[in-house]
Design a protein around this ligand. Structure first.
Ligand code: DIR
Ligand code: MN
Ligand code: MN
Ligand code: MN
Length: 314
């Protein structure tokens, strides 16, 4: 495949500084070489240059309730525009964050591209958190806890994207996977809106393969564009310590790889975010390497050659 890497060095959406080094750490971990080693063509589009947006350019209510809203908006708008041009060039984008608010720009661009090309966008959100807060519900005011709400059409967050318009995701096409930390009002909003939430209790009980197969089996391969948004805190902090909001009880190394391997076999994935990596909190690049390895699994790395038809036992 033709892969386009794009760095989005944003940290203002979270409370802990350091995710702006995420793209650099993923490059240092050899992300591009791992993908070319699998036979893909990789083009590194560099890092986005944020648009100049001040808090006062945004609705007062939004700027008052959200920390660094202007800075986040500048990155979100620039990421959206660069993402769209990578998609239009026919490359499969890999977006290197940056905190999770970058997905407001990347996934909205994917949604636009899908609408223009007649595909259904399905979102797989691999994260300890639901990121379904709004300025009205967020206990922290951190925008990285809000991208799913924005992508599902929350009006109060839409000004972050400026003049750009995109078709909001239908809640039934959003799958939150790996949940183990949700805020009170956020939890109510998830139930109210009918998002599919897969928490770690379900993962413990059924395993990732049954749960992921259930999601994938419902998707029409002829129409579906699956966007995967991988938050580093989907992983257990023992596996990936480079996370600003770590939560115990996350995915193991092998669970995460199995998810990526099954996603590769599905052939449905059209775009990927790798977010929330904080190299300043990491231990000797461990988390960056894990994320680069997981990306390789998503792009076809496997231990043995498995001819189609011999995948798994099903
Ligand atoms: C929390 C934390 N739910 C918030 N969110 C995080 O601030 O809204 N998302 N860390 O990745
Ligand atoms: Mn396309
Ligand atoms: Mn997140
Ligand atoms: Mn998270």
């Amino acid at each position: 495949r033709d892969i386009g890497l794009l760095g989005i060095p944003l940290e203002a959406g979270g409370a802990v500084a350091g995710t702006l080094m995420g793209p650099a750490a993923l490059r240092t971990a050899g992300l591009a070489a791992r993908l070319t080693g699998l036979g893909h063509r990789v083009h590194d589009h560099g890092d986005v240059t944020p648009a100049a947006v001040a808090d006062r350019d945004l609705p007062a209510e939004l700027a008052a309730r959200c920390r660094s809203a202007g800075t986040v908006a500048g990155f979100v708008r620039a990421a959206h525009e660069r993402a769209l041009s990578i998609l239009e060039a026919g490359r499969m984008p890999v977006f290197m964050g940056g905190d999770h608010s970058i997905s407001m720009g990347t996934v909205s661009a994917v949604a636009r591209h899908c609408a223009a090309t007649g595909r259904d966008l399905v979102l797989l959100w691999l994260d300890a958190h639901a990121d379904f807060n709004t300025p009205a519900t967020s206990p922290s005011g951190n925008i990285h806890g809000m991208p799913v709400a924005m992508l599902c059409g929350d009006e109060s967050l839409r000004p972050l994207l400026g003049e750009h318009r995109f078709p909001p995701l239908a809640p039934e096409n959003v799958h939150l996977f790996g949940l183990r930390s949700i805020d009170q009002e956020e939890r109510r909003a998830i139930a109210l809106n009918g998002l599919d939430g897969i928490d770690m209790r379900l993962v413990d009980e059924f395993g990732v393969s049954v749960l992921l197969r259930r999601i994938l089996a419902d998707l029409d391969p002829a129409r579906t564009h699956l966007h995967v948004s991988l938050d580093v805190d989907f992983l257990d902090p023992e596996v990936a310590p480079g996370a600003g909001t770590p939560v115990p009880g996350g995915a193991t190394y092998r669970e995460a790889h199995l998810v990526m391997e099954m996603l590769h076999d599905s052939g449905l994935v059209g775009s990927l975010d790798i977010v929330e990596l904080n190299p300043f909190l990491d231990e000797r690049g461990r988390s960056a390497v894990v994320l680069a390895e997981l990306t390789a699994s998503l792009f076809g790395r496997s231990v043995l050659d498995r001819p189609a038809g011999q995948r798994g036992i099903a």
